[in-house]
Design a protein around this ligand. Structure first.
Ligand SMILES: [Fe+2]
Length: 248
């Protein structure tokens, strides 16, 4: 089976459109979405519309989906995140807000090989940044692979009997591929579509092939200036627009 892995879209419809256009001629058996469909960007309704139209999809909620749909009050959010969540909650169509509030909490198991979580398999709101967090989290899922999001940073952690190996996907040419080893388990973040934070402003996403056991991370350019204009025109906090140019 081939899985398209999308995470942290954050109401960025231009980035999502570019990603879906890039993969339109590929065949996918399932689409996995690791949460944070909304929050930050100026197009929550268009983005939710597009996501809901994806066929054979499995979606879990992210922390922004919870706050923007009124499930949580966002007391842990910083000022910029909270302001955008309030704005999003106000703009969301009731049917989309209801749909977001109904999304399942991770971790969720997908088939034989895969677990999915927004933050960590233990806590949907916690981050995996480095090797110490990653190593600990291998105890909290029992599949070969666990996909996660939340940090907006594409990374692959592989664990065999001896050691943990960190793979930072180098995607200068737009594509990075890793053949997964038989003797290893993996924690994989495909990066963020709508708010990348690894210094590369292109949308980041993944493709997992469980026949070949390959994981591919891809980057796609999109007209981010247009997204910035919309964020500014909506009166959303300026840093949300500024950081799109930098990918930070
Ligand atoms: Fe996020």
């Amino acid at each position: 089976m081939k899985y398209l892995i999308l995470s942290d879209i954050h109401s960025n419809v231009e980035a999502l459109t570019a990603v879906l256009r890039r993969v339109q001629r590929k065949r996918f058996d399932r689409v996995i979405i690791l949460g944070d469909v909304v929050g930050y960007g100026a197009d929550p309704n268009l983005t939710v519309d597009k996501v809901r139209r994806l066929k054979r999809s499995i979606i879990i909620r992210g922390n922004h989906d919870k706050v923007c749909s009124g499930l949580e009050n966002g007391e842990m959010f910083n000022k910029v995140a909270l302001e955008s969540a309030r704005w999003t909650e106000d703009k969301l169509l009731p049917r989309h807000r209801k749909w977001l509030a109904s999304l399942p909490k991770g971790p969720v198991r997908v088939g034989e090989w895969i677990s999915i979580s927004h933050g960590t398999p233990l806590d949907e709101d916690a981050y995996i940044f480095g090797e110490i967090e990653a190593l600990n989290m291998f105890n909290y899922f029992d599949t070969r692979v666990c996909f996660f999001g939340h940090s907006h940073f594409p990374v692959l952690f592989g664990l065999d009997r001896e050691a943990l190996t960190t793979h930072i996907p180098h995607t200068n040419g737009g594509t990075y591929r890793l053949k997964l080893r038989e003797d290893s388990r993996y924690l994989i973040n495909p990066g963020s579509i709508g708010q990348p934070r690894d210094g590369d402003r292109r949308a980041s996403f993944g493709i997992f092939d469980d026949q070949r056991m390959t994981m591919t991370i891809l980057r796609v350019s999109y007209p981010y200036e247009r997204t910035q204009e919309k964020i500014r025109a909506a009166g959303l906090p300026a840093p949300l627009a500024d950081r799109l140019a930098l990918g930070r």
